[in-house]
Write a protein that binds this ligand. Structure first.
Ligand code: CP
Ligand code: NVA
Length: 305
């Protein structure tokens, strides 16, 4: 595995391999065992959007693996003043060992990988959020012990999270049911991919239908970063696309709830459901650290010290 650009690029085996290493690194971390698998290496982290979890977990993860991370804000880089990504990629490749990038267009991430000669990790684009979904899958397996036979439900915007959950969920063997308004469906490339999975994938605009017998329920903000001008319009379009008591009542009694965070209480999820499932949601946030350490080892290092 050279890069992590999107879930569509990964095979089921590669996903499971990352999750297994993430579990091992988490266990070792809890037991005070550190492996400096990325000793002497530097990760550049380019942020064109805000972040709490992604920034802190990558930076800490790199430190725990014996390397260092550079926070490169769009405001300070020449990329923010129009230097082409092709040039940035070729320059950074001569200084550092890997790039994590959070930006708008997926093409920018793909171009960094194409023109540079070092591994590129997608830390979120408008199209997808693969690091988050690897942590989500890790959390589901941690709580449920398996993927086979589980039903994942996503309620809300057909955004980067929906796109990545559909692909990740189907690839590891879950049934995936999506509920989103007709005008806010997931990306057509993802829907095309999902078609191959027949009745393991379903899409509706009725949240209660998608949530029926679900083992894991996901939602995400109604307005993603970069869409702030549409906030009021979206509040109207997404009314009813909320994880609440009614939704939980039709899911399995032991259903878990996941949210990539940040969450907007009383919009996509009620405060009551959020707090009732806080343990699962914050374990999911913690797992960003372990899953990304596994990804960095896979693309930038060797599993031996
Ligand atoms: N879930 C997530 O990516 O969080 P941040 O935006 O805080 O990085
Ligand atoms: N869909 C959200 C996810 C944030 C982690 C966004 O893109 O803003």
């Amino acid at each position: 595995m050279k890069h992590l650009l999107k879930m569509l690029d990964l095979s089921k085996e590669e996903i499971i391999d990352i999750l297994n290493l993430a579990d091992q690194l988490k266990y070792e971390n809890k037991n005070g065992i550190q492996h400096h698998l990325l000793k002497g290496k530097t990760l550049g982290m380019i942020f064109q959007k805000s972040s709490t979890r992604t920034r802190v977990s990558f930076e800490t993860g790199m430190y725990q693996l014996g390397g260092q991370a550079l926070f490169l804000s769009n405001r300070d880089l020449q990329i923010g003043r129009g230097e082409p990504v092709q040039d940035t990629a070729r320059v950074l490749s001569r200084y550092i060992d890997g790039i994590m990038i959070r930006t708008f267009e997926q093409k920018e991430v793909e171009d960094l990988a194409k023109y540079g000669s070092i591994p590129v990790i997608n830390g979120l684009t408008d199209f997808c959020h693969p690091c988050q979904v690897l942590a989500d899958l890790m959390t589901i397996r941690e709580f449920k012990g398996r993927f086979d036979g589980l039903k994942m439900c996503y309620i809300g915007d057909g955004n980067n999270m929906a796109n990545s959950l559909i692909v990740g969920g189907l690839k590891v063997g879950m049934e995936v049911a999506i509920a989103c308004p007709m005008d806010y469906q997931p990306d057509s490339q993802v829907l095309e991919f999902a078609k191959e999975y027949g009745d393991k994938f379903s899409m509706t605009d009725i949240p209660l239908k998608a949530a029926e017998n679900a083992d894991v329920l996901f939602t995400d903000v109604w307005t993603s970063m970069g869409e702030e001008a549409e906030t009021e319009k979206r509040k109207i379009a997404f009314k009813g696309y909320q994880i609440n008591d009614e939704i939980m009542a039709v899911a399995k009694p032991d259903a878990m709830v996941q949210h990539c965070l940040p969450a907007h209480r009383e919009e996509e999820i009620t405060a009551k459901v959020f707090e009732a499932h806080a343990d699962e949601i914050f374990e999911e946030a913690e797992n960003r650290l372990h899953a990304q350490k596994a990804v960095m080892v896979k693309v930038m290092g060797s599993e031996k010290e």
